[in-house]
Design a protein around this ligand. Structure first.
Ligand code: NAD
Length: 501
């Protein structure tokens, strides 16, 4: 990209575009000698200025009639829809995600925003006065105040929207800190939202861990919403403890896909499994990260999986519509995955390359890695027990369902899982035994997500929910106003009878 084509984004603080103390530059992972653009970088003082703006604005925004708030956010959804063609190439260039998926992510952000607004409208209209006689009980649902959102790079737009939409719709104000790894597209989308809102309601600052620490530790921030890695989640939890902030923590996963002995192996099903593993080059929290197959079908599954993957996986320029595997977002991830695969090979595993390489010169220069499938590997090998977050997957056999369930549940992470079987009843029975926040049947990963389904982790994959009504209610807390009957003239309350006077 020529310097003229490079993108420059400011921060958004108190309704104004703001420069910072420096710049965070982002290169194109497919062409690492090319700068895609830069965002203004905050220091601790600027981060606090953004928190102050959100704090000052809170009473006004929370006090704005819900219909007015929702109308402004619907206008923002209209704007996002018009941005798809402009912003998708930016997301593609900064992240290496293939162009069709980039368009999909931005379109889906608008869809999610509208879905959340519909849910918020219904939830905010729920009756408040639960009882009036003989005692009075009113249960209000009130926003928290300032929500601090810290987000990752792998689906930067949608993972920010899943926090921004419900938090703002319910009357909270926000400071959002996107990941410095992919800050450009999300800033464009957040700017489109902020422009529809009163100054200070939605603030966006850029930076790394230090700026994140300031936001998640500030006493004026009432709730923290975080998506990212486990170590960061723990650091944020510690940091938020001093002011007892409630949290939503969406952390990593090591999802198992369990293929039962009657699994259907037609091309469409196997293709869903392959995409469940390799979409966004495997850099998805709820990708299938280990595949467990009944031994009676093991060889057959391997053959079908390799055959379909060889056709479906095309490594190349993420701007090319035919590409399905772009580069990794970070060179460190590439090294980490390559090392994991190499270690498995050294320890006796079989490693097969998958797919085809469309543009060998580009692939040689960029942060690409050929997708692989790893077999003949021990269940306790790190390639099985850790979240790889890249284009490789181990496939292991099991002898009976109990063993498969034990393997799947034998991990402290509990984000998602899947069960694959021609018999839906049987699949559901196994699904109910899995300790994850989500279990899919005959599909896996985000193409299987229903907007009505709450999404979030169990165990070390975190807590709190996104999507669905649960994802809206995360940003509301109850306030019960209660006048018990004995304290109301002429009323009696049998419920208090057992209490001493
Ligand atoms: P990360 O934890 O490195 O960074 C996430 C964000 O936290 C970034 O904005 C980063 O700047 C910020 N940060 C880093 N240190 C901080 C600190 N001490 N205090 C406050 N903020 C800090 O994660 P990543 O590499 O951007 O994302 C990859 C991880 O995210 C993977 O583990 C993946 O599974 C997980 N993830 C989870 C979900 C989900 O919904 N559960 C979705 C996507 C990604």
């Amino acid at each position: 990209m020529t310097p003229d084509e490079q993108i420059t984004e400011q921060m958004i603080v108190d309704g104004r575009r703001r420069g910072g103390v420096g710049w965070i530059e982002r290169v194109n992972p497919a062409r690492p000698d090319e700068i895609v653009g830069r965002v203004a970088e905050a220091d601790a003082d600027l981060a606090r200025t953004a928190v102050a703006a959100a704090h000052r604005t809170f009473d006004g925004w929370a006090g704005t009639p819900a219909q007015e708030r929702l109308a402004a956010l619907h206008a923002a959804a209209d704007r996002i829809e018009t941005l798809v063609e402009d912003v998708a190439p930016v997301l593609c260039d900064e992240l290496g995600k293939v162009i069709g998926d980039c368009r999909g992510e931005i379109r889906f952000a608008a869809i999610t925003l509208r879905d959340m607004l519909g849910r918020a409208e219904r939830i905010l209209a729920e009756p408040r006065v639960v009882e009036s006689e003989p005692r009075y009980l009113e249960i209000r649902q009130v926003p928290y105040g300032v929500v601090g959102a810290v987000t990752p790079w792998n689906a930067p737009v949608i993972l920010a929207l899943l926090k921004v939409a419900p938090a703002l719709a319910t009357g909270n104000t926000m400071v959002v800190k996107p990941s410095p790894v992919a800050p450009l597209a999300v800033t464009r989308v957040l700017a489109a939202i902020a422009d529809e809102l009163p100054a200070g309601v939605l603030n966006v600052v850029h930076g790394g861990a230090e700026v994140g620490r300031v936001i998640t530790g500030d006493e004026r921030v009432a709730k923290v919403a975080f998506t990212g890695g486990l170590a960061t989640g723990r650091a944020i939890m510690r940091n938020a403890a001093a002011t007892v902030k409630p949290l939503v923590l969406e952390l990593g996963g090591n999802d198992a896909a369990i293929l039962l002995d009657d699994v259907t192996l037609d091309d469409a099903t196997v293709e869903r499994l392959v995409h469940a593993t390799f979409i966004t080059t495997g850099q998805v929290c709820m990708a299938a990260k280990r595949i467990l197959v009944h031994r009676s079908r093991y060889e057959e599954v391997l053959e079908a999986y390799r055959a379909v993957a060889d056709k479906a996986l095309v490594v190349g320029d993420p701007r090319d519509e035919a590409t399905t595997i772009g580069p990794l977002a970070l060179p460190a991830t590439r090294t980490h995955i390559a090392d994991l695969v190499e270690r498995a090979r050294r320890d006796g595993a079989r490693v097969d390359d998958l797919g085809t390489v469309a543009d060998p010169d580009l692939v040689e220069r960029g942060w690409f890695l050929r997708p692989t499938v790893v077999t003949d590997v021990a269940a306790d090998h790190p390639i099985v027990t850790t979240e790889q977050f890249g284009p490789t997957v181990p496939i292991l056999p099991f002898d009976d369902v109990d063993e498969a369930v034990a393997l799947a549940n034998g991990d402290d992470l509990g984000l998602a899982s899947s069960v694959w079987s021609a018999n839906e009843e049987q699949a559901l029975t196994v699904a109910r035994r899995l300790r994850t926040g989500t279990t899919f049947v005959n599909t896996h990963n985000r193409s299987g997500m229903a907007l009505d389904a709450p999404f979030g982790g169990r165990g070390l994959s975190g807590f709190g929910r996104e999507y669905s009504d649960a994802g809206v209610r995360e940003y509301l807390q109850s306030h019960a106003i209660h006048a018990p009957a004995p304290f109301r003239p002429g009323a009696t309350d049998a419920g208090d009878a057992g209490y001493p006077a």
